[in-house]
Design a protein around this ligand. Structure first.
Ligand code: MOS
Length: 735
């Protein structure tokens, strides 16, 4: 009996719910000091002077670091975070940049002293307007086989996308905008750094512990094997714990300088400028179709706000895996641009390209359906693709049609209320949209070890950022070894373990699960080898193929069977282990890999206040094999909630001064329980054995894509108002 695909409680649930799980900031070490950062209060310019006398003389203060008395730090390797090292110069690149670090005996003393630091600036006017800077410049090449930021696929004889649009019987055009958004992980970013004998141990949240260790070592100017990152529990990440932000390096360098452990926990409002965020983006989609709804042209342009090269960031390309793949069209043009501004660093945020991109294309498709007077679901089915539009490749596995059909049935799409149905003080409407998310597969290594107490360890340096990855190690280990979940010890979140898949791109599960199976097979082979070669083994002298492993037992038939613990004890062996590596093969260059889904929702718009409320939601996804039903449901529900925040609540405007106006949890609105209806979730559970022999593509971010569009489309259906600027707040519905 396997537990793959069933509801499995999190194996770390009891630790987390009883408070025994120790997150980074929960580490308390002897003689530990506390650090607090000082941030710039102008948007651009240069520091003329800093007065640290009051801070240095404040109670408990051990040291005050500034650009005038710096800790030596280096930039992280390219692509791992910002392009500069903090405290090494007096330039102010954005408001909320680190300009000082105060270390004291207690947290309160450090924070108090940090507030006493005064700074004089030579200020300049920052450039902060996405609209003024648009159109921007073509986004930099994404590398790793990614399509170019700008490309077109045109039918024979067609010379431009404009020509294709002009030749279409029906066209729609929409410009869709949204402001900055933040990951706001529940656990603020925190580091505890301790050095021993020239080796650093850093407890910090990391989506890829080994990459964090390498990057941190580079920032400190030491060899990578002197740095170990421990990240067993992470209170959310959503992309904000991919890069190594300056807080980790600062705490580590201060701990070295002061020769004692240092803890640095960012205040919530510091998280808003220090760990990346999703930048503002403006997207224009143009669609051309025949009068009966067959697409002839899809054009998707984007202008994304981006920090200056002197800050560094991850680059959003919202069209490539949305409009660039989703629908069958003879003419396709993608044009993704960036607008450099004086703003805090940005980074990937859950569904980083696809959530914004999906809002644009899926709203535009709804606008086309409205102008054609066609059921929006029928329009999607009419333009169903069997090869990805941009690359022309067939999909490894695609069952989007079943998602549409199953979702429509569960939701009751065919008997939905008429547009603008009045129910007391509410206008009722429904909407739908498609979800699509690329299914990457990363190289991963996994170690499986049989131990003489009858348990087995499944270890890989991946991360559980709240998704249930540690439980996945248990489930897949239990499945591959045929032993109960309780006899598997999962280990992750440690850079010293075999190099695991990064917990990014919703690809941790898909990349790790098949390799657990390989590692288990390799460990079984090693166990059988021990059984037939060790003189104290009852299987001694047999050939390996005479001994079979099943369900924790070695079995040579005729009643000669023995549990692995007993074999290990008899032979005086503490453990037998094997490590396996796995990753994408030649199929990676032959197919398109995506997961798919369909969203259906009902909203109610208040006729008098304009208040929009989501009242029903159904999401059906095609993600390949499902590993843990409970975790899958949670991921999809969480992603739809992200979509509700995206559609209705979340925005942090960048002011002319360079200040993020809502950079705190008082002003930055995220959904709460009262905003969330029952969310009906369903999955197809059809293995994608082209993606991997295990067949699981992963689920994390998929349902963030299209969910905001489904809500906006339903609001239009309810009210007749098309809001193209997110979030859809009540003021925009009062007109
Ligand atoms: Mo995620 S935005 O791929 O860390």
């Amino acid at each position: 009996m396997t537990s793959v695909g069933t509801d499995v409680d999190r194996v770390d649930g009891p630790e987390k719910t009883t408070g025994r799980a120790r997150y980074s900031a929960d580490r308390v070490l002897p003689d530990m000091a506390y650090a607090h950062v000082v941030l710039s209060t102008i948007g651009k310019g240069r520091i003329r002077a800093m007065n640290t006398d009051a801070a240095a003389g404040a109670p408990g203060v051990l040291r005050v670091y500034t650009p005038f008395q710096p800790l030596k730090l280096y930039p992280p390797p390219p692509g791992y975070g910002e392009t500069y090292a903090v405290l090494q110069d007096r330039d102010i690149r954005f408001r909320g940049q680190v300009i000082g670090l105060v270390v004291a005996r207690t947290f309160e003393q450090a924070r108090e002293a940090a507030a006493l630091v005064t700074t004089e600036y030579d200020a300049q006017q920052p450039s902060t307007s996405l609209a003024a800077g648009s159109p921007g410049v073509t986004a930099p090449d994404q590398g790793q086989g990614a399509p170019p930021a700008k490309f077109a696929v045109l039918a024979p004889g067609v010379t431009s996308i404009d020509q294709a649009l002009a030749a279409s019987e029906v066209t729609v055009q929409g410009t869709y905008t949204q402001g900055s958004q933040h990951h706001v992980a529940m656990e603020p970013h925190a580091t505890v750094a301790v050095w021993q004998d020239g080796h650093l141990t850093a407890y910090c949240g990391a989506q890829m512990p080994q990459v964090h260790a390498v990057s941190l070592a580079a920032q400190l100017g030491v060899e990578a094997d002197r740095v170990r990152v421990l990240s067993p529990y992470v209170g959310g990440a959503f992309g904000s714990r991919v890069a190594t932000w300056p807080d980790i390096a600062l705490a580590s360098a201060a701990a070295l300088d002061l020769d004692r452990p240092v803890k640095l926990v960012l205040a919530r409002e510091q998280v808003f400028t220090m760990v990346g965020h999703r930048p503002a983006v403006s997207q224009t989609v143009r669609l051309g179709a025949s009068a009966d709804g067959v697409l002839n042209a899809v054009s998707h342009k984007s202008d994304v706000a981006m920090p200056m090269p002197t800050v560094g960031s991850w680059v959003m390309v919202p069209a490539q895996d949305t409009s660039g793949a989703l629908y069958k069209t003879p003419n396709l043009a993608i044009d993704q641009r960036v607008v450099p501004l004086d703003m805090p660093p940005t980074w990937a945020m859950r569904g980083p390209n696809e959530a914004p991109g999906g809002f644009a294309i899926e709203t535009a498709m709804d606008e086309l359906a409205v102008s054609l007077r066609m059921d929006p679901l029928r329009l999607r089915l009419r333009n169903y693709a069997t090869t990805a539009a941009g690359t022309g490749r067939p999909w490894s596995s695609k069952h989007l049609r079943e998602c549409y059909e199953t979702g429509a049935e569960r939701f009751g799409w065919s008997s939905r209320p008429r547009s603008g149905t009045v129910d007391g003080q509410w206008l009722v409407g429904t909407g739908m949209a498609t979800a699509i998310y690329p299914a990457a597969r990363f190289p991963a290594a996994v170690r499986v070890r049989f131990r003489d107490d009858g348990t087995a360890v499944v270890a890989s340096a991946t991360a559980d950022i709240g998704t249930g990855a540690v439980t996945l190690l248990s489930i897949c280990g239990s499945d591959a070894l045929g032993i109960p979940l309780s006899r598997v010890e999962p280990r992750l979140g440690d850079s010293a373990l075999p190099p695991g898949a990064p917990a990014v791109g919703s690809a941790g599960a898909g990349s790790t699960a098949p390799v657990i199976r390989s590692a288990a097979q390799a460990a079984i082979t090693a166990l059988i080898d021990l059984a037939v070669t060790h003189p104290d083994s009852p299987f001694y002298g047999m050939t390996a193929d005479q001994v079979r492993y099943h369900d924790g037992y070695l079995d040579a038939g005729a009643g000669r069977s023995m549990g692995f613990a007993r074999l290990l004890k008899l032979t005086g062996t503490a453990g037998v282990e094997a490590t396996a590596n796995g990753g994408p093969g030649p199929e990676a260059g032959q197919y398109a890999f995506h997961s798919f889904g369909a969203h259906f929702c009902e909203v109610r718009g208040n006729r008098f206040t304009g208040e929009p409320r989501v009242s029903r939601f159904t999401t059906v996804v095609d993600i390949g094999t499902v590993v843990n039903a409970q975790a899958t449901r949670s991921q999809i529900v969480g992603s739809v909630i992200f979509g509700i925040g995206h559609a209705l609540l979340e925005v942090d405007p960048l002011e002319d001064s360079g200040r993020l106006a809502a950079g705190n949890l008082g002003d930055y609105l995220v959904p709460v329980n009262a905003d969330i209806p029952d969310i009906d979730v369903h999955w197809l559970d059809i293995p994608d054995t082209v993606y991997s022999p295990f067949g699981a593509r992963g689920v994390g971010e998929l349902a963030t894509v299209g969910s905001a569009a489904a809500i906006g489309n339903a609001i239009h259906d309810a009210t007749g108002i098309r809001v193209r600027d997110l979030p859809i707040t009540l003021d925009k519905l009062l007109g």
